[in-house]
Design a protein around this ligand. Structure first.
Ligand SMILES: Nc1ncnc2c1ncn2[C@@H]1O[C@H](COP(=O)(O)OP(=O)(O)O)[C@@H](O)[C@H]1O
Ligand SMILES: [Mg+2]
Length: 421
């Protein structure tokens, strides 16, 4: 089992378990059992989901170090921001530069530049997903997606995935969970035998024996249960602060055929800095509603919006924010009759929630077409203030991520008052 360690720069392109373990021993890294199972896996795509301070960043860094000691390799650490990618880089820098003092042509570790270029032509760089253009280009042997729960799926799919294809690069995803976004999908893939390339793990913070139990207990007392469960338990949870916790993409986002609508409605929440949002909704013969399109534009003129609304086809009803008196007059001049909607927030929210519920036929009363990306995003983000106190449900939601949702609310309330619901 004891194998001779190659000199830096002479490591093979494929790192065997024995070599990896010998390297760990050489640098004095002793993975704890959770980290050990991560290192022992030979999967190409490793999704390491765990609570804060579990040791994700350290394990990810140690996992790629032997590749940097092979010649002509290139790896990136990509974080949602430049700063969030710095932790893994810091571990690598400490180990290779400070401790092992490998030979470099270039090295820098600052706010603006984190890079290592070895004399054997291997590269490590931190890139920020904040600036997707910086993600174009290179073929990678390894990629660490740091805190990937906060990265957008688009960034991974459009800018990063293809970087790994040519060299069959490895993907390492160390992240705390955050809602049911794309990290969750990746995690599930890691559990799915149909995706043998992927493996995933889920650990609580206390799987790291170095974290003091008192620190964990203090956090447990301080945090809302679902936040503690997410940040320390390492579980995917739904924030209790969400206004529409029942909204689930797997249930509510679907395509429904427009031919089956018996009536079509639309509703408007005007805005200039905030988006001018319009939702377009069809009603099925069985009384269910489907948002089939949206319009969501910032900083456009009223003329632009009116032109859109006039050309958007036939609607049986147009409902609008009741406080938009001037726009209602402008629309009338343009030949569009818009009915002021009912603006009682809490009853409107209750109404939408009752429509999200699944009926006896197994179908929800309200679904959204996948192209309505802003509305879907608002359903996922719209929340009550302060996750860190008990959300007092009598309180109103934050006035953010509410534009398309407000339009939908005016519409459902108005239909209700007219006896359609
Ligand atoms: N196997 C280990 N041996 C020694 N220290 C460790 C080990 N794993 C984690 N640590 C330490 O625990 C702390 C948290 O590790 P880190 O990887 O930054 O956590 P995470 O990314 O999961 O929040 C750091 O101080 C790190 O050095
Ligand atoms: Mg970390």
């Amino acid at each position: 089992m004891d194998i001779e360690l190659p000199n830096p720069g002479k490591y093979p392109k494929q790192i065997s378990h024995d070599l990896k373990n010998a390297y760990f021993k050489h640098i004095g890294y002793e993975p704890h059992p959770g980290q050990r199972s991560f290192h022992d896996s030979s999967a190409r795509m490793k999704i390491l989901v765990a609570g804060a301070r579990f040791g994700k960043s350290l394990a990810a860094a140690r996992e790629v170090e032997p590749y940097i000691l092979a010649s002509n390799t290139r790896g990136w650490i990509v974080g949602p921001t430049y700063d969030l990618g710095s932790r893994e880089f810091q571990y690598i820098f400490q180990s290779l530069i400070d401790d092992q003092q490998i030979e470099t042509n270039r090295k820098s570790f600052s706010d603006r530049s984190m890079i290592i270029e070895t004399t054997w032509n291997s590269f490590v760089e931190v890139r920020s997903a904040h600036n997707p253009i910086s993600l174009l280009g290179e073929e990678l042997d390894w990629l660490i997606l740091s805190e990937a729960a906060q990265l957008s799926q688009t960034v991974y799919e459009r800018f990063l995935r293809a970087r790994l294809s040519t060299r069959i690069g490895k993907l390492i995803v160390p992240s705390t969970p955050n809602g049911f976004g794309w990290l969750y999908d990746m995690f599930i893939r890691g559990q799915d035998p149909d995706f043998p390339d992927f493996e995933s793990w889920q650990f609580p913070t206390w799987a790291n024996p170095l974290v003091a139990p008192e620190e964990i207990e203090a956090a447990r007392k301080e945090l809302l249960p679902h936040i503690f469960d997410e940040q320390y338990g390492g579980h995917f949870t739904k924030p209790a602060g969400l206004v529409y916790p029942e909204f689930q993409e797997s249930i509510h986002v679907r395509e429904e055929p427009e031919e089956e609508f018996c009536e079509r409605y639309r509703a408007i929440d005007p805005g200039y800095r905030n988006p001018f949002a319009v939702v377009m909704v069809g009603r099925n013969f069985d009384g269910r509603y489907h948002v089939f399109a949206e319009y969501y534009q910032r900083e456009r003129t009223t003329e632009d919006h009116i032109e859109f609304l006039r050309d958007a086809g036939r609607f049986d009803l147009t409902v609008i924010d009741p406080s938009a008196a001037q726009l209602i007059r402008d629309l009338r001049t343009a030949g569009i009759t818009a009915i002021p909607g009912a603006n009682d927030i809490q009853p409107g929210i209750d109404m939408i929630r009752s429509y999200l519920a699944i009926g006896p036929d197994g179908l929800p009363g309200l679904t959204v077409h996948p192209r309505c990306r802003h509305l879907i995003n608002e359903f996922r983000e719209y929340r009550y203030p302060s996750d860190f106190e008990n959300p007092r449900l009598a309180e109103l939601p934050l006035k953010e991520n509410d534009h398309a949702l407000d339009a939908l609310r005016y519409l459902l309330m108005t239909l209700h008052q007219r006896g359609k619901l």
